[in-house]
Design a protein around this ligand. Structure first.
Ligand code: PRX
Length: 656
């Protein structure tokens, strides 16, 4: 964000209290904060009663920093908690999902009773393929009901899912499979995007060339058409799953059984396998979903517009909502699949009452114009949420007025892959919200904003966001790398979890999240590290060196800008810059994902470096955002920056 925009943001003074009607009916009443802060650990133990335990835990928290155990001697089954118990309670006919396909008119309704049978069949099929408790299973699927069924079946068996966003490349998939030694993959032949089928199975086939330990691949037929096939390894879902019994007796597992791994970008080129365990994670997402989204399972229709390939999908499409037994919309398509009013028609048709999405999507919808939301009846909406990146006040106000009809509270929820569930958010019946602020730690959560020396800053000041006490949904570590876990999160401020975000407490003590303070970028709410993209660029034979920064972008929050020095050609000739830039952008998309494709690539004969040879990214960010250049005195050659500035001005057009 530019300095001017940040300042305007932090000068925001508007505040919106919930209506009396909303406040009166809210799940979270003002006494909640006091109840939780009196004894947070005991409060979380009470919240664990939201789950059905096979063996109730007698212990709550054991804390051997940075390793926590929550509800350590309890046992339960995650899938039973999400599905079977609702059926047993006589709610089997309730709709779990209204699935809405990418194509107009394509939809499927799944009740809790049907979901139970689908999960049982899938669990039986996975057992037949050899999956047992503790095995890692990679899931590489589009937004179809089978994705959720697969996740629930895996955890039902006490196995561990590692869902890889279906937009990731074969390389990204294979490195994730290898890192956690996944033995099984569940995928589809392809996925639909705006009516076009794009293949997925070829990426799996390519990835598995380097993953000899994968024993079986289960393939959902989604798009039809030819697919490559490895006999003995590959199995069609409609053959293997559909012929199974729809009954499955579950086993119970310890609360600290690993439930899933989710890879996320850190500050190095290698993504981190963040893992979560069962009892604490489920308690956290069930509780936050209940209070922050104020869900009334009998009447609400909830839509979390995210992908199951990210943590938001795990916590607030799959586990949080299902634990609460709500009805949801599950949408396969893009915001404009079938027209720019598609979203609003979905809300009207399904009478969606709770909508949760990312600021980048809101900004895109805003850019398209108010005529689209105005063309639909959105009066069913009663609560709105945002997640994934700071929301600018302008987008917040647009969301409030044009989507929420000035009546719906907005919850701006701050959290991370590592935190498992939401940690900072307004409570919708209590908090007077400010546009752009995540406001208040959730009950039972201890947050602080500290200075360089770890001292709390006062109101009106900014600093680093830390968590000063453990919470149930916190990651239990980086898969296979406890040393990196300690180093990344727990060494900067000993005893506290360092989130990597900057934050400010305003004069009232409310929290404003200011974005990452490390080399992690946030592109449309997707986390990518600068080094990861640099690594991809230098993997191209023409590239000698690359430096990547996240620069402010109106729509995507940040956009990737890469500064690249090329090797000389073997023939000593000149390459066409436009061609090489396009080739490099495509190369990054192939190696990581289209979401990592740089917005701009600037070819430069040199990069600015300190005397010790470190690339000065801060300066490059200044250049990319056209800011006044910061201190260049430690540069080996200060003229390099001016040269790059001039290059940027003369080549602004490598954008899409
Ligand atoms: O920088 C913060 C930003 O997203 C990062 C976490 O990314 P990820 O693990 O991919 O999870 C995204 C979905 C939970 C954080 O370190 N972030 C997330 N929510 C907010 C946010 N920044 C500001 N405001 C938020 N509400």
């Amino acid at each position: 964000m530019t300095e001017a925009k940040l300042e305007a943001w932090l000068e925001e003074t508007r505040s919106f209290a919930p209506s009396t009607e909303f406040a009166q009916q809210a799940n979270a009443q003002p006494s909640l904060y006091g109840e939780a802060s009196a004894d947070p650990v005991a409060w979380w133990r009470e919240q664990a009663e939201r789950l059905t335990w096979t063996t109730a835990p007698s212990s709550t928290l054991e804390w051997d920093p940075p390793f926590a155990t929550w509800f350590g001697d309890g046992t339960l089954n995650a899938s039973y908690n999400c599905v079977d118990r609702h059926v047993e309670a006589g709610r089997g006919d309730k709709v779990a999902y209204h699935w809405v396909g990418d194509a107009e008119g394509e939809s499927r309704i799944t009740t809790y009773a049907e979901l139970q049978k689908m999960v049982a069949r899938c669990a039986n099929a996975l057992t037949e393929l050899g999956v047992t408790a503790g095995d890692r299973v990679a899931v590489y699927l589009p937004m179809i009901p089978e994705a959720i069924v697969t996740m629930l079946a895996i955890v039902r068996l006490g196995a561990i899912h590692s869902v890889v966003f279906a937009g990731f490349s074969a390389d990204a998939l294979s490195s994730r499979i290898l890192d956690s030694d996944c033995r099984f993959v569940v995928t589809a032949d392809g996925a639909f995007r705006r009516g076009t089928a794009s293949p997925l199975k070829p990426a799996v086939d390519e990835a598995l060339e380097t993953c000899p330990n994968v024993k079986a691949v289960l393939v959902v037929r989604r798009t039809g058409g030819e697919v490559g096939w490895v006999d003995g390894r590959d199995h069609w879902w409609h053959v293997v799953v559909e012929r199974q019994s729809d009954q499955h007796t579950y086993e119970s597992f310890p609360a600290e059984q690993t439930m899933f791994i989710m890879y996320t970008s850190g500050t190095t080129a290698k993504p981190k396998g963040i893992f979560h365990t069962t009892g604490g994670y489920l308690t956290h997402v069930a509780t936050t979903y209940h209070y922050i989204f104020d869900v009334k399972p009998e009447t609400d229709v909830c839509w979390t517009a995210a992908d199951i390939g990210w943590i938001t999908g795990h916590s607030y499409i799959v586990y949080g909502p299902l634990l609460n037994g709500v009805t949801q919309v599950l949408y396969e398509g893009l915001p404009d699949s079938g027209g720019k009013d598609r979203w609003w028609r979905i809300i009207e048709h399904h009478q969606v009452s709770i909508l949760y999405t990312a600021p980048t999507t809101i900004r895109t919808l805003m850019k398209w114009g108010t005529q689209y939301p105005a063309s639909a009846d959105l009066s069913s909406l009663r609560l709105l949420g945002t997640v994934g990146e700071p929301i600018n006040p302008e987008a917040w106000m647009w969301y409030r007025e044009h989507v929420g009809g000035n009546r719906c509270p907005i919850v701006d929820t701050w959290w991370q892959t590592e935190t498992g569930g939401i940690l900072i958010s307004p409570l919708p019946g209590i908090t007077a919200t400010k546009p752009g602020a995540a406001m208040t730690p959730f009950p039972g959560i201890n947050v602080d904003v500290v200075d360089n020396d770890g001292r709390s800053v006062g109101n009106g000041q900014g600093g680093y966001l830390v968590l000063t006490a453990p919470w149930p949904g916190m990651t239990r570590g980086i898969y296979g790398d406890p040393a990196r876990f300690k180093e990344t999160y727990w060494s900067r401020f000993p005893g506290s979890y360092f989130a990597g975000d900057g934050a400010k407490r305003d004069e009232d003590g409310d929290l404003w999240l200011l974005g990452r303070i490390d080399d992690v970028m946030n592109i449309s709410g997707h986390r990518l590290s600068t080094t990861e993209v640099e690594h991809a660029l230098v993997g191209h034979p023409s590239v000698a060196e690359a430096a990547v920064v996240g620069a402010y972008d109106e729509i995507t929050g940040q956009a990737i800008v890469a500064f690249v020095t090329l090797r000389g050609t073997a023939e000593g000739g000149e390459m066409d810059p436009a061609l090489i830039i396009e080739e490099l952008r495509q190369h990054v998309a192939n190696v990581i994902s289209p979401i990592a494709r740089p917005r701009q690539i600037i070819l430069t004969p040199e990069l600015p470096k300190t005397r010790s040879g470190k690339i000065m990214r801060r300066l490059l960010r200044d250049v990319a955002e056209n800011r006044q250049l910061g201190d260049v005195t430690t540069l080996t050659d200060p003229t390099v920056v001016n040269m790059i500035s001039a290059l940027m001005e003369s080549h602004p057009s490598s954008e899409d």
